[in-house]
Design a protein around this ligand. Sequence first.
Ligand code: LLP
Length: 418
Amino acid sequence: MHDFQYKNETLFCEDVAIPKMAEAVGTPFYLYSTATLTRHFAAFDRAFAGIPHITCFAAKSCANIAILRLFASLGGGADIVSGGELFRARTAGVDPQKIVYSGVGKTADEIREALSAGILMLNVESEQELAMIQTVAADLGVKAPVSFRVNPDVDPKTHAYISTGLAKNKFGIPITEALRVYLAASKLSNITIKGVSCHIGSQLTQVAPFVESLAKVKRFIGQLSEQGISITHLDLGGGLGIRYNAEEPPEPAEYARAIKQELAGLACTLILEPGRVIVGNAGALITKVLYTKEGLKKFIIVDAGMNDLARPSLYDAFHLIQAVERPNREQAVADVVGPICETGDFLARERAMPKVEADDLLAVMSAGAYGFSMSSNYNSRPRVAEVLVHGDAFHVIRTRETYETLIQGESIPEFLVS
Ligand code: LLP
């Protein structure tokens, strides 16, 4: 459930009419509902009530500092994957002790920043990275809190580009080799072993792969304890899917129930890194029809392109597209395409949707996760504004970029100036 609803044939976000915001902000823009974000966060977090846990929102899915602050105010933390995300999380006021740092390629500088900030733990993905963390921690004179991301070799049954827990993927340390790495780490002077992590993929629509990987991780934690290594944190990553079209993913409560059952008897703090399940359906991309044209096919040309929302081009992802006004018009099949000079620039293909014309507004739904955060300046298009609705008020939480922002940092070297 989300808070984008029609009132008298006009789409509202909470109590604000979308055309009103389009007029004030211009198009395209990303739009988020505070009520939906809050409800989704609370539903997820509450599902794990009764066991010690921290819901560390996956910042990569929607990294605006206002959104990170909202979740921090609800008791959440952040799962980060770069120095940039650490900076965002800290600026938003996320408690460092609720920040976990994942990713296969952390640089020495990023490791230094994370250790200096006093984050909860770094999820280490290779032995060379462990050696780097030991060096940086020794240099700083601190003990680095770490967990190792183990790769359980489980098929998450999702899109190949977002599967991470298979042996052939680049992520983590094979679970079969992890014991040796933990034993080596336990002998390092500037390393404190805190936990075990795993994340097997994104947009999972079944509970079974989560349970299968947890069972493997649990067995591994048993092996660790036989070797005298006890852990205090178990990080299960993110990955719970949402409904874009006809998917029927488990509700957070069902996911939590299965995990709690499989966890039984394990005394550690659970870390969860949900992204999409919290923000995906809490956001939409609002775009305006520029032109329509009809030849062999019918095209609706809008002012948002693959640089604004990459998911359809990149993963052939489905996003429902709704007419913001008069949704009950006659339907027609069309391709919804952007202004970018590539055939792959589409938001929908051969889609039955309301017949629209120039100046009509469209809402590309379920765009809250991996929408703005994956947008780029391709074709020298300024990145769009982000707007957060709260009841009957709306707030621009990121202004639209300008032509000046586009060339910020660029310069023409002396030899070309004549
Ligand atoms: N934790 C780790 C270590 C991750 O790599 C990810 C996502 C998450 C948590 C959050 O996963 P979520 O709960 O959002 O599924 N751009 C793709 C998705 C990439 C996911 C990358 N990792 C998309 O648009 O579908």
